[in-house]
Ligand binder design. Structure first.
Ligand code: URA
Length: 476
């Protein structure tokens, strides 16, 4: 008689262990078990449902090995593990030992699984998808060699616990939502959105690429070619290899031996996109409510509250600063502290009534360093501005100002994605990421910091002039 065992697509180890425990307790020999669920040439019967009289104790070493082997794609893995269990139950040698042929085979399978999990952790590339909630959403497509999504996903849950994400593979989908990890059936490869950070990856990779150090074999074994197609940075490889000889020569000529300064500091944070986009907030007020719960980056941890924009939701002119300061953080309103006073004074001089425009910031939470009882302003970094762009984008989308005035470098970067210095750009109109005009000006805090009275007066006059230009453009 052959017994058929059908194992589920998920939770493979527990199911195998339960079936193997019953089979071994009835002393069913390995050749009488069909782990493929039957359907072969021979008539099969289901496994008994009760535990039989024969007791077998297994070592922790066997359990560890089995817990790894079980994820291998080799269709014989269940049978091999049972064979090992059978062998040890009959005291026919330790089938977990490398000295035993079966043990060696099992160790090889376990090694393959370990390597596959390692590759997944290294090569999954998330892309960001629209999110209408406070948590950012990401998705990735990955093609592991074995069934390693289940054992490999906990790593991502730990690392990206403050985001929602999914990883789709040809066999299974992992979903992490509101801190809960679950698995579902395989879905077709999602149509992932392009991600701005792919450009960052590619730039990073191109910058650290040292043609003199390429070891193609090592590269292929560490980053097997089959993974290349899903990695943004590897799209550059053929091009860079073509150019490698010339670049090596150029480096030799220049005597260069160091990676570019700062290259190592480039963020390698994973980013990605969700399979199905969720509807973003439908109104400016919904966006505001969602922003109050924002946890897109760590700034929300120390700040008192989200400081959303204020003013006229139908404004033709939007004014964007860097981030709320101490007083804005405490009250929840933008531009009411010292920099706000300078701005409002310049606006009044330019004939702008603050209630007719929309005043907001590139970053909606106050970033500071505590010093005694004081909270000292710290400029947001690039990734914080990028994270917060989602909210600024919603403000722009709902208010649709004719022109936006960017105050200082963070606002200019948030609006245009150009982080060049402000001095040569001040007073110029650039095109924003939203395809509308952005006028660049000084930040009022910069004016406050200037100590030379003439420079201070001149910068203040510039700001007032830019406000005049902006309101004139807004009224056309
Ligand atoms: N500085 C800013 O950029 N924005 C504020 O709201 C306050 C100070």
């Amino acid at each position: 008689m052959t017994y058929a065992v059908t194992l589920p697509d998920r939770g493979g180890f527990d199911a195998w262990r339960a079936a193997a425990r019953i089979a071994i307790s009835h002393q069913i020999p390995p050749d009488q078990l069909d782990w493929t669920g039957g359907g072969g040439l021979f008539a099969t019967a289901p496994l008994p449902s009760d535990i039989g009289p024969h007791q077998v104790r297994v070592t922790q070493q066997f359990l560890n090995l089995a817990q790894s082997v079980i994820w291998h794609s080799d269709p014989e893995r269940f049978a091999l593990l049972y064979q090992a269990l059978w062998q040890s139950s009959r005291h026919e040698g330790a089938a977990t030992s490398q000295a035993d042929p079966l043990g060696r085979r099992l160790h090889l399978l376990a090694k393959g699984v370990g390597r596959d999990i390692h590759k997944m952790h290294a090569f999954v590339r998330f892309r960001e998808c629209p999110s209408n909630g406070p948590r950012r959403r990401f998705a990735a497509w990955f093609e592991p060699e074995h069934n390693t999504l289940e054992p490999g996903a906990a790593f991502f849950a730990k690392r990206f616990g403050d985001m929602d994400w999914m990883i789709a593979t040809p066999r299974l989908t992992a979903q992490f939502q509101d801190g809960r990890l679950s698995f579902g059936p395989a879905a077709p490869r999602p149509d992932l959105p392009d991600d701005a950070s792919e450009g960052l990856w590619a730039t990073y990779f191109a910058n650290i690429f040292n043609p003199a150090r390429i070891k193609l074999d090592a590269m292929r074994s560490e980053m097997p070619k089959k993974y290349w197609k899903n990695l943004p940075e590897t799209r550059l490889i053929p091009e860079m290899l073509k150019d490698a000889e010339t670049r090596v020569q150029r480096m030799r000529d220049a005597g260069a031996s160091q990676a570019r300064p700062g290259a190592a500091a480039v963020s390698t944070r994973y980013r990605a996109g969700m399979a199905q986009a969720v509807a973003p907030p439908a109104t400016l007020d919904q966006a505001r409510k969602a922003a109050l719960q924002c946890r897109r980056c760590a700034l929300c941890e120390a700040a008192t509250q989200t400081v959303w924009g204020a003013g006229n939701p139908d404004a033709n002119l939007m004014i964007v600063g860097e981030q709320p300061g101490d007083q804005e953080d405490l009250t929840g309103s933008p531009f009411i502290g010292p920099a706000g006073i300078v701005l409002r004074q310049a606006m009044a001089q330019a004939g702008i009534n603050a209630e007719t425009v929309w005043l907001t910031n590139a970053v909606k939470h106050f970033k500071f360093t505590p010093r005694g009882t004081q909270r000292l302003h710290q400029s947001p970094d690039r990734s914080e501005v990028e994270n917060c762009r989602w909210w600024l984008g919603l403000e722009l989308a709902f208010i649709r100002p004719k022109i936006t005035l960017a105050l200082g470098a963070s606002a200019a970067f948030a609006l245009t994605n150009n982080d060049d210095a402000i001095s040569p750009r001040r007073g110029r109109i650039e095109t924003g990421l939203h395809d509308r005009p952005v006028l660049i000006s000084w930040h009022p805090a910069h004016i406050l910091r200037l100590t030379d009275p003439a420079s201070k007066a001149s910068a203040y006059a510039d700001l007032t002039q830019d406000l005049r230009t902006a309101i004139a453009a807004a009224q056309i």
